[in-house]
Ligand binder design. Structure first.
Ligand code: ZN
Length: 428
């Protein structure tokens, strides 16, 4: 099966960040040529007046929480969590699956082809991933047994999940740890042991709020990054979400250890975490920075275009410097840097011959993206485009959406089932 995306502007995100007018030819799920005109394929998608992007990658997510969207807005973190936990305790496996499937459809609609998730019951999220065809980097959340609602030992559950899903073409399993406020040294060590033995990655929340940092320092004498460094948890296997409350020394520790950071500006702003993640310092010190939407409870969507814009604006506003986090860097966060952050930069994140064909086609025909020309294309993608401008989404060469029509699942049915599930959830 071959596929040709014809006549667009190919935003390659290669080393030189070239934009090449022309086509992308895909065979067997792999990119076989870029920029060629005149190729033929089994299916052709007309991309005139469109940008062809590497599919966006959401580096920190809790996709099943779509069902909790809008239940705890305009609240600080603590009461928000209280409300969320009350609903969460009622969720069944079926609820989680429909919530995750709804999220997958939302991502496909907005050009996101892969996401890095942290949750329990990732096996249900895996079902939604396979059904919808997006790529899931799924981290089973571990925490201390005394604090969990999971049945059994969370670390053992994570290991069983990893063992079952390793080698799957769409699901890449990994081990998550909730955060230093919910996991002891022993839990962190056991989670790492599972990851090392199975050769998979680690994913944790880190330095999200001042309370987390101060409480941990009061309890242990060390800030979270210092503590994780002391217990030997930090290395290139780890992606840390948030990284808001970091000192320069901690940024340097993350860089030295090769830890990647999933920056979640919208979630941090909405929960009024205070402070701003020191992203300019992370970039200067060589930390790989990606972009995450975080949960639909704290975002409330998963439109990576919106979050690229917010990421760029937040740092300009707080540094009084319009040159900080330019559009190209924001786009890098959501594409090549995200792939590198998840250890798949050799296979994904850019449009280059030999890479897997995860692609998004973005229309530039709207009034809000007019006028466009090659010189303002990257700016438009970050500052003017919206997820709803995505007209086609492709994962591993498979067309999940074209002409704005979701082909892989019955979208109306998924939306109706999610609405019904939420109604039952909130009625009781
Ligand atoms: Zn999170």
């Amino acid at each position: 099966m071959s596929l040709l995306l014809e006549g667009g502007f190919v935003v390659t995100q290669d080393k030189e960040r070239r934009v090449i007018p022309g086509g992308v030819l895909v065979e067997g799920g792999r990119i076989v040529s870029v920029g060629d005109a005149g190729a033929r394929a089994d299916e052709t998608i007309d991309c005139s007046n469109c940008a062809v992007l590497p599919g966006l990658i959401n580096a920190h997510h809790h996709v099943a929480n779509t069902l909790l969207r809008g239940i705890a807005d305009d609240l600080p973190l603590e009461p928000m969590l209280e409300k969320a936990f009350a609903v969460d305790a009622k969720l069944t496996r079926r609820d989680v699956q429909i919530g995750a499937l709804l999220g997958c459809v939302e991502m496909i609609r907005s050009g996101t082809t892969g996401f890095h998730d942290l949750f329990y019951w990732e096996d249900e999220v895996a079902r939604a991933v396979r059904e919808s065809g997006v790529r899931g980097y799924l981290s089973w959340a571990t925490l201390d047994e005394a604090l969990t609602t999971q049945r059994g030992d969370p670390v053992k559950n994570a290991e069983a999940f990893v063992a079952k899903h390793k080698g799957d073409p769409l699901v890449t399993p990994s081990v998550g740890v909730q955060g230093v406020y919910a996991a002891s040294e022993e839990t962190y060590a056991r989670a790492r042991d599972v990851a090392v033995r199975h050769g998979v990655r680690l994913h944790t929340h880190l330095a999200e709020t001042r309370g987390e940092v101060y409480d941990h320092a009061a309890k242990t004498g060390f800030r979270p990054v210092e503590w994780l460094e002391r217990i030997g948890f930090l290395d290139e296997r780890l992606t840390a979400a948030h990284g808001v409350w970091l000192t320069l020394n901690e940024v340097r520790t993350l860089a030295r250890r090769g830890v990647s950071v999933a920056h979640c500006p919208v979630s941090n702003m909405k929960l009024a975490s205070g402070g701003v993640a020191p992203v300019p310092e992370m970039l200067r010190e060589g930390v790989t920075v990606a972009l995450g939407t975080d949960s639909p409870i704290s975002n409330n969507g998963m439109d990576m275009f919106a979050d690229m814009k917010v990421a760029a604006l937040l740092h300009k506003a707080t540094r009084w410097d319009a040159r900080v986090v330019p559009a190209q860097v924001a786009l890098d966060f959501a594409t090549i840097r995200a792939a590198e952050a998840l250890g798949v930069g050799d296979r994904l994140g850019s449009i280059e011959v030999g890479k897997r064909a995860d692609l998004a086609v973005v229309s530039l025909r709207g009034p809000h993206t007019t006028p466009f020309y090659p010189a303002n294309l990257i700016s438009h993608l970050v500052y003017s485009c919206r997820g709803s401008d995505v007209v086609a989404t492709i994962v591993d060469g498979r067309v999940l959406m074209s002409d704005g029509h979701v082909r892989c699942v019955d979208e109306a049915d998924v939306v109706a089932r999610a609405q019904e599930t939420a109604r039952e959830l909130y009625e009781a």
